[in-house]
Design a protein around this ligand. Structure first.
Ligand code: AHR
Length: 502
């Protein structure tokens, strides 16, 4: 019998809802077709945003959306995406398939989308190929409420009122596609650019995000913090409010990543071991951040994460379109449990990417739409948003087929929602074994327990022919006796238990 221990009296950090954030880049069919079809499309839409996709995203309570990239951000010039659509300048999307970008989705459309989703806006600025003035004027265009050349232009384009800009990224992956900079050079550029990201609305200052490391580049974190972390009285967070981290799971490596749907048990464990590595990355980058910022005033912002496979056969290699299986449900469940448990430092995370690109929650094919196993995990985990992390511990054993790729059999996190209910999310990484779990709960008297689960054979997926094969199903197997909750968690599964009591 495996023990899960929960001490509800020991309340830890708040799990920021932004940990459940998403990312939408001008890449393949993410924005165009996946989200935006234009006002004149035969696909039902409101102001160009497809209604089926928006409704599905509202259900999982998307808290924040990052846009326009990604690598695209550092070659995006925002002025190309405002004004009458037929006059908007076209450009080549050099990173993603070399296709023509007609800029019909721009600043106004992004904020319209955020409004329809009811989510916060995270705009990523262009430091790699844009000027300080251009970045500064974009922020003015979006947020200034008074009269200025930028706001006159905004009003002429149909939006007299400013929008609320919650988060602003000063460049993306500037160690790579965002300019191939070394940390010292970027750090100084960051200091300069961020100076002109003005807070026109002092009541809700913009949360500024500095470009952080790729995977385990600890030197980048160290160097950038040395130059940019600055603690001042008037601005408690110094030059930055957040430092990003990007980490993708490539099962087989960068050149050949591996198929999204065809894999054996060895690759199953290898993929999950790579997902589990997020814990080490968050902790090691976190330790460096602790040295500069022991009070944890700046957030770690994991604004790109997820599984990255070879594209589906026959699709444009530059569009990064991939299927999504039970394996992806596990990658999501494991990663989100890690973020929850490190929510004292991780303040936002953005799954890459929202629709039709990488580990999406939604796939579309023309007018059709399907929800992926990853979507269903976000649906079950939404109860953790803005909840209080509770102290918890689960007994684990190491499993796997190869020495290098061993993983714990189970991962978990537990939170208490504002209505007092407890939410336990557990992943079973075993390809074959179910586990009996007994939960000892202190500091809380459980009265009822209900459950829901995403599970299946490891390759199971939803397709346009069979869209409901993987879904959230009721889990009837949890029993409450003598204050203990007992259940058997099946192999290859992500489980959510809701406990009500006092
Ligand atoms: O998400 C796809 C790409 O991955 C992003 O554009 C880039 O930031 C990262 O390398």
């Amino acid at each position: 019998m495996t023990k899960l221990v929960i001490n509800a009296a020991n309340k830890k950090s708040k799990i920021n809802k932004e940990i459940y954030g998403h990312f939408s880049e001008h890449l393949g069919r993410c924005i165009y077709e996946g989200i935006y079809v234009g006002e004149h499309s035969a696909i039902p839409n409101r102001n160009g945003m497809r209604t089926d996709v928006v409704e599905a995203l509202k259900k999982i309570k998307v808290p924040v959306l990052r846009w326009p990239g990604g690598c695209f951000a550092d070659e995006y010039h925002w002025r190309d995406g405002i004004g009458p659509k037929e006059q908007r300048k076209k450009m080549i999307n050099t990173h993603w398939g070399g296709v023509v970008e007609d800029n019909s989705f721009g600043t106004h459309e992004f904020f319209e989308l955020c409004e329809q989703l009811g989510c916060e806006a995270y705009v990523n600025g262009n430091l790699g190929s844009g000027t300080v003035q251009e970045m500064s004027e974009w922020v003015e265009y979006i947020t200034f409420g008074g009269q200025s050349p930028m706001t006159e232009q905004r009003a002429a384009n149909g939006h007299p009122d400013p929008w609320k800009l919650n988060f602003f990224g000063v460049g993306n992956e500037n160690w790579g596609c965002g300019g191939n900079m070394n940390p010292d050079y970027y750090a100084n550029e960051y200091r300069r650019y961020q100076t002109y990201v003005r807070n026109y609305d002092s009541a809700s200052p913009i949360f500024k995000i500095c470009c952080g490391a790729n995977v385990d580049d600890y030197e980048w974190t160290e160097e950038v913090l040395k130059t940019c972390f600055h603690h001042s009285e008037e601005r408690v967070h110094g030059f930055m409010d957040g430092l990003s981290l990007h980490y993708y799971v490539f099962p087989e490596g960068w050149d050949t990543k591996g198929s999204a749907t065809e894999f054996d048990e060895k690759v199953w464990y290898k993929t999950l071991a790579k997902a589990w590595r997020m814990k080490e990355l968050v902790e090691r980058h976190g330790k460096i951040m602790d040295r500069f910022d022991p009070e944890k005033k700046i957030g770690m912002i994991v604004d790109e994460w997820g599984a990255w496979y070879d594209v589906e056969p026959g699709t444009n290699p530059g569009f990064l379109y991939q299927q999504n299986t039970i394996r992806d449900a596990l990658v999501a469940g494991i990663t989100l449990n890690i973020f929850n448990k490190h929510s004292d430092r991780v303040k936002m995370a953005n799954l890459a990417q929202m629709v039709n690109v990488l580990q999406s929650v939604i796939l579309t094919d023309g007018a059709d739409m399907i929800l992926t196993p990853t979507y269903h995990v976000f649906d079950m985990y939404k109860y953790h948003q803005d909840a209080q992390l509770l102290d918890s511990y689960i007994e684990t054993e190491e499993i796997g087929l190869e020495d290098e790729w061993r993983v714990p059999n189970l991962t978990e996190s537990v939170s208490q929602a504002q209505d007092g209910s407890l939410h336990i999310t557990i992943t079973n990484l075993s390809a074959e074994d179910a586990y009996d779990v007994e939960t000892a709960l202190t500091g809380y008297r459980a009265e009822t327990v209900t459950g829901e689960i995403v599970h299946g054979e490891m390759h199971e997926k939803n397709t346009f022919e069979e869209p409901q094969r993987v879904q959230v199903r009721p889990f009837e197997g949890a029993r409450l006796a003598d204050g203990k909750i007992c259940f058997t968690i099946p192999a290859c599964s992500v489980l959510h238990l809701e406990v009500k009591g006092t």
